[in-house]
Design a protein around this ligand. Structure first.
Ligand code: HEM
Length: 425
């Protein structure tokens, strides 16, 4: 049976970048077909050696997990489905590279629990409530800068600087380095998009260089913090001592890179997708505008479900097992497609409807329950809540005026550019 895209089941290739360049509606139809007909479909791995001689040759392939129930099942069994071979890449990168770039997101217990304990307090609801003023001030500053313009490129002028400035502030990164952090995190999560990694240059080399630049930044900052401790995450990281053990320089660098990139490249896309969705669904926008605090309680999670800013995470099967009646072997790679799980008809009533009052909303945009569930979920929810409230109050007629220019990536559902218009203040 063919999806409305015209793609038959056998024509769908999630490893082909061309698939991800197709219009969203066509991709969603293809995922619907996969969920229905082949929920653990096998795909060959993309061949990255064509783009970079530094890339490892393609591995044995992966299963695409597209149903909500299977994503939930895998996430809550880390002993069967591990993360340490690489949660954020399909290829098995050399272990130094996984460790350096992926940090705790690519570790299993007991190491994962040890690493997560170090930073979890900084992201718990109480701590995030205590930085509400900072979140509001940054929203105020960012909107103020754009408010006289009357029109602008929403992601670069509003959605990107907002979480960037908040996570940098939490880490103690000075404003003079914001542009460097943004440039480097764009490269690290760009999947080689030519806007961030110019055509002809080696995407893996660019990725390594961006990581090195952030590490240099962290080394300077932490050297300074040794003599000048402050109430920030970098001070917490360098003074951490669990059972007499400090973080190694490699662990410190990978924490720094993970927090900056995860804190930056996700919320911004949720906010841009939020503006797009509210523009395309004026009735939902009117609801939000009439009761910003009431609706945000459900609307923010609906934006995360709708957008699925992180498209997938990987796990590797640790022991032979059976999932939904299919045999999986030790060593098999599985990719959890959150975008597909978030449109699963068996988990959501009318999943193709953007409904800011959706409740219950068991979306897996932040991952499903399990040890790796998004560390920044409380922060991200507060950020989206405050930004939507302030935008709709201060630029009440703001709307997207063109098509989004999407990131060329199967991993991050990014919007690079989105023109918007509003009555200038
Ligand atoms: C709307 C915004 C966000 C979305 C959609 C999102 C999504 C995700 C997803 C899908 C995972 C993987 C879950 C899993 O493997 O089970 C994750 C993990 C993570 N996220 Fe987020 N995230 C967002 C915002 C943030 C922010 C603001 C931070 C702040 C630093 C952050 C930090 C992290 C970290 C550190 C992990 C790894 C946790 C671990 O392995 O224990 N995220 N996020």
């Amino acid at each position: 049976m063919a999806a409305p895209t015209g793609l038959t089941l056998d024509q769908i290739d999630l490893s082909d970048q061309a698939f991800w360049e197709r219009p969203l509606s066509e991709r969603e139809a293809a995922f619907q077909l996969l969920r229905r007909e082949r929920p653990l479909a096998f795909f060959e791995e993309p061949d990255l050696t064509e783009a970079s001689p530094l890339a490892p040759p393609p591995g044995p392939g992966y299963r695409a997990v597209t149903r909500h129930a299977d994503v939930v099942e895998i996430s809550r069994h880390p002993e069967i489905y591990g993360s340490s071979q690489g949660a954020v890449s399909i290829a098995d990168l050399p272990s130094e590279m996984v460790e350096y770039f992926a940090g705790m997101i690519s570790t299993d217990n007991p190491r994962h629990a040890r690493l997560r304990r170090i930073v979890s307090a900084a992201f718990n609801p109480r701590r995030i409530a205590s930085i509400e003023d900072t979140i509001e001030q940054v929203a105020d500053r960012v909107i103020e800068r754009a408010s006289g313009l009357g029109e602008c490129d929403f992601p670069t002028e509003v959605a990107a600087p907002f979480p960037l400035e908040i996570i940098c502030d939490m880490m103690g990164v000075p404003p003079s380095s914001y542009a460097t952090v943004l440039r480097c995190s764009n490269v690290i999560l760009s999947n080689g998009d030519p806007e961030y990694v110019p055509e002809g240059s080696d995407p893996i080399l660019a990725f390594i260089e961006a990581g090195q630049e952030l590490t240099d930044l962290m080394n300077d900052l932490s050297a300074h913090r040794i003599d000048h401790p402050a109430d920030d995450l970098t001070t917490a990281l360098i003074s951490t001592n669990i059972d007499g053990e400090s973080l190694t320089p490699g662990e410190l660098a990978s924490f720094f890179i993970l927090l900056l990139t995860a804190g930056n490249e996700t919320t911004r896309n949720a906010i841009s997708h939020g503006l797009l969705a509210l523009t395309e669904h004026p009735d939902q926008r009117a609801l939000w505008q009439s009761d910003p605090d009431g609706v945000a309680a459900t609307g923010v999670d609906e934006i995360v479900r709708w957008a699925s800013p992180v498209i997938w995470m990987r796990r590797t099967v640790n022991e032979d097992t059976v999932l939904s009646g299919e045999e999986l072997r030790s060593g098999d790679k599985v990719l959890l497609f959150y975008n597909s799980a978030n449109r699963d008809e068996s988990a959501f009533d009318d999943p193709g409807r953007f409904d800011v009052r959706r409740s219950p909303n068991p979306h897996v945009g932040f991952g499903a329950a399990g040890p790796h569930f998004c560390l920044g979920a409380h922060l991200a929810r507060r950020e989206v809540t405050v930004m939507m409230r302030e935008l709709l109050a201060r630029l009440p007629d703001i709307e997207a005026t063109g098509e989004p220019d999407r990131l060329h990536s199967s991993f991050i559902n990014g919007i690079k550019h989105l023109p918007c218009r509003f009555t200038p203040r």
